[in-house]
Design a binder for this molecule. Structure first.
Ligand code: ZN
Length: 145
């Protein structure tokens, strides 16, 4: 169904503080910091070996990460699986009765298109699907030629 575990998303209050912790845990594997304005988050990525670790810090009052931390505190926020064709997978999930949190794939950090499955349909775990944006561009190139 999904290609592989792509990353684990962890909600933190302060990326600069958590960066010290994750460098202790993972060594110097930090490779990218990026803000996703549309989502109200700042992200930092670490190479955790088999999978990546994404730290998420809220940048706005309405950020989903702010709401999450207010309710549950810092901690595991989502798990993300890579898919080859996000449109197809979303369609399949809908047909299987899953509720998706967004109608269409949306831009995420790390050059991805992403979509979330409603955690009420997945044992309380927020699951993200992600696909490299480059794959989308390639497909559209193919369609127009
Ligand atoms: Zn993520």
């Amino acid at each position: 169904m999904f290609e592989k575990l792509e990353h684990l998303g962890i909600a933190v209050k302060n990326i600069a503080e958590s960066d010290k912790l994750f460098k202790k845990l993972l060594g110097d594997t930090f490779y990218k910091q990026e803000e996703v304005e549309s989502e109200g988050v700042k992200t930092a990525f670490y190479d955790g070996g088999n999978t990546k670790i994404e730290l998420l810090e809220a940048t706005t009052e309405g950020s989903p990460i702010k709401k999450f931390i207010d309710k549950k505190g810092e901690g595991l926020h989502h798990i993300a699986f890579e898919v080859d064709d996000i449109h197809k997978r979303m369609e399949e999930l809908r047909n299987d009765g899953f509720r998706l949190l967004n109608e269409k794939p949306k831009p995420g950090a790390d050059n991805k298109l992403i979509c979330f499955i409603h955690p009420k349909d997945t044992n309380g775990i927020l699951i993200e699907l992600c696909m490299d944006k480059d794959k989308e561009l390639n497909e559209e190139d193919l369609k127009t030629t």
